[in-house]
Design a protein around this ligand. Sequence first.
Ligand SMILES: Cc1cc2nc3c(=O)[nH]c(=O)nc-3n(C[C@H](O)[C@H](O)[C@H](O)COP(=O)(O)O)c2cc1C
Length: 242
Amino acid sequence: MQEVLNIIRKRQSARIPFDSKRPVAKEDLRQILEAGRWAPTAHNMQNFDIILVDDKKVLDAIGRIESTVSETFIRENLQQLSFSEEELIKKKVGILGTIFPPTWRTPGYKPDKDTDSRKPIQTSPILLIVVYDPGRRAPASEGDFLGIVSLGCIMENMWLMANALGISFHVVSATSTDLVEKEIKSILNVPDHLKIPFAFRLGYPVPPATKYPRVRRDIEDFTHLNRFGNKYKDFQDLRSDL
Ligand SMILES: Cc1cc2nc3c(=O)[nH]c(=O)nc-3n(C[C@H](O)[C@H](O)[C@H](O)COP(=O)(O)O)c2cc1C
């Protein structure tokens, strides 16, 4: 059981370029997809398809898609950022601002076409694009809320398996913004009625991934006993650092 918890704790995002010459072994890829295959989904609808993109030309075309960062994104993202490790540790939620590209934290920043956020996709040996049909919603699930939760389960299963195999994983959710989604659909011949909630890059970072500060609330910060607001304090002595 401790092993499962360790894999869960060690899972992390890799927002850095990968070694384009080091492919993900077919057997490893199969295991990652097998983990996704067995994810729980509402009503066992298995509401997803996955497009595997390893063709350099296609990766290049996707990597070159112009993705503008909206004012709303920058404003709301800023609320999640800390600008020092001390601030992050105190807050226990969010992300250290400096690990994001300047486009995500600086209003009006103009990205350099050949660097910044573009290279990660082009250097990835493989990009997996998740698609789903919002028209086939889980029964009576307004906005297909349950279907979207299911997609999260699929993401997590594959992420855990990839990291357990020593393969880095980076979620790219910009695929769900209207313009990016439209262009990816056109490049990959995805039918119009389908949505692309997220994609993820798999690979081996160059230079090797270094540790970055990750924080979580303590268990008693989010548990309530029998009624909301009655904080559950019995796990206070079980804190552990990442
Ligand atoms: C639904 C979802 C969407 C995400 N989208 C992105 C993304 O577009 N880009 C990115 O770098 N990380 C993305 N992430 C990763 C989160 O930022 C990350 O999981 C969180 O900051 C915790 O860090 P950790 O993964 O290292 O534990 C996403 C995660 C989830 C669950």
